[in-house]
Design a protein around this ligand. Structure first.
Ligand code: GLU
Length: 414
């Protein structure tokens, strides 16, 4: 069957529902997204013609608070993908205990083939099309794949122009100059790093002896590589869409950064062997960190994975079928809804700082992030040990339990 992230997300929900004997009402409600909006987005192109793009904004659940989640610009975006990612955001916010439900947005487009001006016009018109759905008390977008602080600034500006006054709290991941938080840009990678360090500690693995492979070298993959390198890990392999590289002695991540700035890719870096992208995931290493798209580790390549641990920096990188194979191989997977929750956690800090107009230092942000990520890690680990389940099931038991509790307490309207 073709890969479908929404079907995978439902399968995970059904598995945990069975395990915890989830209340039927909660199960039924959580199997659907509360709001799904499809919009068409006309954009004038630089050559004078115009195109109509398709975009989505989906809110999965609102029981624990307003909804929260990124917006991605990618040629393969589908409504099912956005629904699944919205559901994952619900669980992610619940695992780390921040007061949001999950949402996600996406626009079908290939930003690598668009000019800055075209991307700005697309972002602004998309914002205008979903404007009834978003707002600081309602639904708060943030960056995701191929969107960044600049795109958030355009969304914030468009929303503010519509309201007639400035509303910084409508998005997070904004530039610091207009109310963004210190540390937000690298927050997902930093959270992945704290999770990786907690995992190594749990398995009594020595940081200096740990070899790491990272798939994806965008915002998340790159920050993770740089931070783990600083901690002393050996980053032996990395890759992006243009190609992958391998050096068993460890890559010089600072030097690789210069190559990346110059060429726009990690591929063809001189102090490493070039390898096929599909071989990157199968390298021998201690920690494998998929930090790219979903569905990268599937039934057809899971058997070949040789790492001891997988830390899911991407959303949904391992399919449920692959999960079973990896479990039999005794590979510990630290799931996305725990491992990559650092981004939304600092988004929460940004939202709180914005509401109070009182801003924190980077040190304060990073310390609070570490506290939240570490508490969530040990909360999940405790359930995993007590219930004798893997880390994914444990994280789902924690998250779904918290959301189900909110559904029960709030009751049904009318
Ligand atoms: N897009 C990020 C994620 O998937 C961050 C979402 C947010 O900060 O709201 O977790």
């Amino acid at each position: 069957m073709a890969f479908n992230l929404w079907h995978n997300a439902l399968e995970l929900l059904n598995n945990v529902a069975k395990k915890v004997n989830l209340d039927q009402v909660a199960h039924k409600r959580l199997s659907k997204c509360v709001r799904e909006l499809t919009v068409s987005i006309p954009v004038k192109l630089d050559n004078g013609s115009f195109d109509v793009f398709t975009g989505y904004r989906v809110q999965h659940n609102t029981h624990r608070g307003p909804t929260k989640g990124g917006i991605r610009f990618h040629q393969d975006v589908t409504l099912d993908e956005v629904k699944a990612l919205a559901m994952l955001m619900t669980w992610k916010c619940a695992v780390v205990g921040i007061p949001y439900g999950g949402a996600k947005g996406g626009v079908i487009c290939d930003p690598s083939k668009m000019s800055i001006g075209e991307i700005e016009r697309l972002a602004r018109r998309y914002t205008s099309e979903i404007i009834t759905m978003i707002g600081p008390e309602r639904d708060i977008p943030a960056p995701d794949m191929n969107t960044n602080a600049q795109v958030m600034a355009w969304i914030m500006d468009t929303y503010s122009m519509d309201k007639g006054y400035v509303v910084p709290g409508v998005v997070t991941g904004k530039p610091v100059s207009i109310g963004g938080s210190q540390g937000r840009e690298e927050a997902t990678g930093r959270g992945v790093t704290y999770t990786a360090l907690n995992t190594l500690k749990h398995f009594n693995m020595d940081i200096e002896d740990t070899s790491v492979v990272i798939q994806g070298y965008g915002n998340v993959g790159r920050a993770t590589a740089e931070l783990l390198y600083k901690e002393g890990c050996k980053i032996v392999g990395v890759g992006d869409v243009y190609g992958s590289i391998y050096n068993p002695h460890g890559l010089d991540i600072a030097k690789l950064g210069k190559h990346l700035t110059k060429t726009g890719t990690v591929a063809k870096y001189s102090d490493a062997d070039s390898i096929e992208n599909k071989d990157l995931l199968e390298l021998k290493c201690d920690v494998l960190i998929p930090a790219a798209l979903e569905g990268q580790i599937r039934e057809d390549n899971a058997e070949a994975i040789k790492s001891k641990v997988i830390i899911e920096a991407a959303n949904g990188p391992v399919t449920p079928g692959a999960d079973n194979i990896l479990r039999q191989k005794n590979i510990c997977i630290v799931p996305d809804i725990l491992a990559n929750a650092g981004g939304v956690t600092v988004s929460y800090f940004e939202w709180v700082q914005g509401l109070q107009s009182y801003f924190w230092s980077k040190r304060e942000v990073n310390l609070k992030l570490r506290d939240i990520m570490t508490k969530a890690f040990y909360d999940v680990l405790a359930i995993s040990e007590k219930e004798n389940v893997d880390m994914r099931m444990a994280a789902y038991m924690l998250a779904v339990g918290r959301v189900a509790e909110a559904i029960k307490i709030r009751g049904l309207y009318p």
